[in-house]
Design a protein around this ligand. Structure first.
Ligand SMILES: [Zn+2]
Length: 64
């Protein structure tokens, strides 16, 4: 997943770790998450990855 800084034009690859940190810092209802530009520290909004929000659950507890 790539991010583009609107402040300095920097492009960089977001690591799963960076995304996890951004998810923790961002409100859970928003559709986007904020990541910090490694070059200028500007807060850049990127689309929230759909599957990264929650840890994978085993399907043993299926609601019936
Ligand atoms: Zn930047």
């Amino acid at each position: 997943m790539k991010a583009t800084c609107s402040h300095c034009g920097n492009h960089w690859q977001l690591t799963p770790e960076a995304i996890a940190i951004a998810l923790e810092k961002s409100p859970s209802k928003g559709r986007s998450i904020g990541v910090e530009c490694p070059r200028c520290r500007h807060l850049v909004k990127v689309a929230r990855p759909p599957q990264a929000a929650a840890p994978a659950k085993p399907e043993s507890e299926a609601p019936s």
